[in-house]
Design a binder for this molecule. Structure first.
Ligand code: UD1
Length: 360
């Protein structure tokens, strides 16, 4: 079987790492090539993850770089289609919900290549999110879904997908987390800021809904700074957010803005934090497994099990909502949570065992 593995942006890399590791054990049966679209290209957003997670260099880099959503989609489709026309694959495996996921699945399917979607079926039901559009389009042309939750399975059934296409395998992001936990690395900032175990917050923000309007971003950060009651807030800033923050110029004694961190350093910080404030999806899964309280600054989530089972709470995007949740945290009134079914570190093994059974 000839299989293409697609990765394009930061949250893809930890999802493909364990799949590649398992594929290396079955090279005789499955010939794969790793394709990096180049959607994320900075060392801090891409290269460092390959090094730290031991992912081999991509076989092909489509080098699409920055652009609007449509520009990136178009460039990825054009370049991936050209590659397939030169050297066809049997299956194209995409992960997650980024622009690269959708663009490659469309290019593949139009050439008759079967699409496999790892993390298929999740939905925020918020069509204003580019990721939700990517999920809907990708799933509509997916042949095999490897899913992370029962909710995802139900979503796919409701959409009329045949049961035989839906395979509940767990979460490859958690495979990576569990494997690398013993290697987490204290970042320099820990000593520089004299951080104390469970004595600081980690915060990340990058969603257009939170960061694209200056006033909204400023009000959110002001509320978080106030709610932290002097506890240090470590804020590794995403490039998208950095551009806007430069214009606003926010400052506070307990707010420490730093550049994006590598995987091992970021998760060291999270695992020792008092709590996390984020608008990411993947981080809510990692905090659930590490049992760190997590406040999500979104009105919805495509990962409801992080709330029903895990340590996550949906705070919303209204800055006024922040204070009551901060109070709850300081009072110690936060659930410790549990770990969702099959988030056990063996998901990539299950995926590759299943891939070996696929017909070519
Ligand atoms: C993308 C994903 C989002 C994911 C996020 C994590 C889509 C639609 N969104 O959003 O789901 O949670 O990545 O990081 O695919 N930039 C750099 N250096 C880089 C990469 C990007 O400076 O290495 C800049 C870009 O030029 C652009 C901005 O950051 O100005 C945003 O990058 P982009 O790839 O458009 O989407 P993200 O907001 O990162």
């Amino acid at each position: 079987m000839k299989l293409d593995i697609i990765a394009g942006a930061r949250p893809n890399f930890m999802k493909i790492a364990p799949i590649i590791e398992e594929l290396q054990k079955v090279k005789d049966s499955i010939q794969y090539r790793l394709i990096h679209t180049g959607q994320h290209y900075d060392k801090k957003m891409s290269g460092s993850f390959f090094e730290e997670l031991g992912i081999p260099d991509p076989d092909i880099n489509l080098e699409v770089g920055s652009g609007t959503q449509a520009e990136q989609t178009a460039r990825i489709m054009e370049r991936y289609e050209a590659l397939l026309l030169k050297d066809m694959a049997d299956y194209c495996l995409v992960v997650g919900d980024v622009t690269s996921t959708m663009a490659c699945s469309i290019a593949a399917k139009k050439l008759g290549v079967n699409v496999i979607h790892v993390e298929g079926g999740i939905r925020s039901n918020d069509i204003t999110m580019p990721e939700e559009i990517n999920r809907m389009v990708t799933d509509s042309i997916t042949d095999i879904f490897y899913t992370t939750s029962e909710v995802a399975n139900d979503n796919l059934r409701q959409l009329g997908h045949d049961e035989s296409k839906i395979r509940y395998v767990g979460n490859t992001m958690i495979d990576t987390l569990l494997k690398n936990r013993p290697r987490f690395k204290q970042p320099d900032v820990f000593k520089e800021l004299n951080l104390k175990e469970k004595g600081y917050f980690v915060m990340t923000l990058h969603r257009p809904a939170n960061v694209d309007q200056e006033q909204k971003l400023k009000s959110l950060i002001d509320e978080i700074v106030k709610g932290a009651k002097g506890m240090p807030l470590v804020f590794p800033v995403h490039p998208r957010t950095a551009k806007i923050l430069q214009q606003i110029g926010i400052e506070a004694d307990n707010l420490h803005m730093i550049g994006p961190l590598g995987y091992l350093e970021f998760n060291y910080l999270v695992s020792h934090a008092f709590a996390v404030v984020t608008d990411s999806g993947g981080i809510t899964e990692e905090t659930t497994v590490m049992k760190v309280p997590c406040m999500t600054l979104r009105d919805n989530t495509e990962r409801p099990e992080t709330i029903t089972v895990g340590t996550n709470e949906l705070v919303g995007t209204n800055p006024k909502n922040v204070a009551p949740y901060m109070e709850k945290l300081h009072k110690g009134d936060w659930k410790t949570g549990d770990i969702p079914h099959l988030w056990d570190g063996k998901t990539a093994q299950r995926i590759v065992a299943d891939l070996l059974k696929l017909e070519v």
